[in-house]
Design a binder for this molecule. Sequence first.
Ligand SMILES: [Zn+2]
Ligand SMILES: [Zn+2]
Length: 566
Amino acid sequence: MQKMCANGWCKQSFEVTEEDRAMLTKLRPTIGGEIFDLPEPTMCFSCRLQRRTAFYNCRSLYKRPCDFTKKNLISIFSPDKPYTVYHKDIWFSDQWDPLQYGRAFDFSRPFFPQFMEFTESVPLQSIAHIGPDNINSDYTNDNYKLKNCFLIFDGEQAEDCYYGHTFVLTKNCVDFVFLYECELCFECVHCQKCYDLSYSRYCINCSSSWFLRDCIGCKDCFGCANLRQKQYCIFNEQKTKVEYEAFLKEWVSDSYAASATMKERTEAFFLTQPVKAVRGEQNVNSLGDNLSECKGSYWCFDCNQQEESRYCTDCLMSSKDSMDIHVWGDNQELCYNCCVIGAGSRGLIGDYYVTQNCTDVLYSLYCSHGCANLFGCVGLRRAQYCIFNKQYTQKEYETLVPRIIRHMQATKEWGEFFPPEFALFGYNETMAHTFFPLTKDECLKRGWQWCDFEAPVEATLVIPADQLPDNGSDVPDDILNWAIICEVSGKPFRIIKQELDFYRHHHVPIPRRHPNQRHRDRFSLKNPFMLFPRECAQCQKPISTSYSPDRPEIVVCEECYLATVY
Ligand SMILES: [Zn+2]
Ligand SMILES: [Zn+2]
């Protein structure tokens, strides 16, 4: 049956299927022997994803003092925020006790506003941080096992990487989104096991190439799409080694104008080459885009190793029997309506940033290290049977939590994720703004927050981007002391030495856009988390595709695509 999305401004209808209901039944929590039904979603898939990601500041970093040591640090909390913020090392130490902030639940008020008031009273970690310490990588968030990295987010195990988002095992990569085991890649989106690849997307096992799309196992190729195991191809035409090298010599330069022209030419060429309706590898009975090794999963996007999961996004590591989860997985099971949970999480509902072997934690933030049976808690580790950070006995917990759930059922909060009006960040600081951009006015009209704080940029010279020399090699080293005004957003940004060295070494131009703008540009090369009905451009069979019907690409079904590439 079709339902209307509860958000008045959305006006989309959506369906809650029998399979959804069966999953909600599977996900019901049992507390003190009592089973609590989960209500059907009230919002459409996009609004649910927007609501979860409106809590997720992954990429906005600021300088501010630590409220414990008073020393300056890098934080996801701008200095104008009302929260108490501790350096991550202090926060994870025994120098303070989160249980000290415990308070009783007030049954005369709804859950969400009092929980967010309570959150304001508990010290928060300066950056979202899991696992062992990162080395020389302060200007990063939401990662672990980094070495010498700068402005990279949402990933693990990287070395000498700058300006990236979502990655596993990358080395010497700059300006990227979704890289998996890559080295020396530049301006790449969704690439796997690639080496020395530039301006490319959706490639696997490619090397020493430029401007590729949907290629596998290619090397020394330029401006190609849908090729397999090729060498010395230019715009999908086979050339000799000599011809290829002559072409590269003529084209490859660090000229900004030349690279812009080549980008345009390649995009125009790509439009003449078919794309597969949805991308994915080794999936069984699964529906979604950019899936790999998924089984029985439905309406999932950018996920790997998902089993029997529904409406999940960016879960790059294994998860099972989960629904409505954005980021990340890694042995996660039976979780519902959460954002950024993973590493052995089980039985989580309505959580944000609950990680590392937590089980049966409900409506909590920033809890980790084997917590179990928590409700409405903030910043706990190795704790159990707590409500609003107050310690209870198992018996007390199992009596009080059912009462709170019934209270939340009455206030219609039960089963919903925290509303954006209570987010810890301005909407424009969160991933929701990347996926569903809004203007400040639209945002305020919905009662959501906006962050106007602008960090000052110090520089000896402020230069508009179009006044930079066209060739990177003509830019003096002194650029490291300048602020460049982004040609699109007008925001000033700086260049770091390692980055400049990378551009020079790889003969690519100096950027004229702010790192956040570059991130937005790259993100715009990804399709939305949505499937549309369309016809295969070759056999006219109905297909589900992430390419909306108004887009100009030649979208084909899996069979027609395979017939083209092999
Ligand atoms: Zn909606
Ligand atoms: Zn077809």
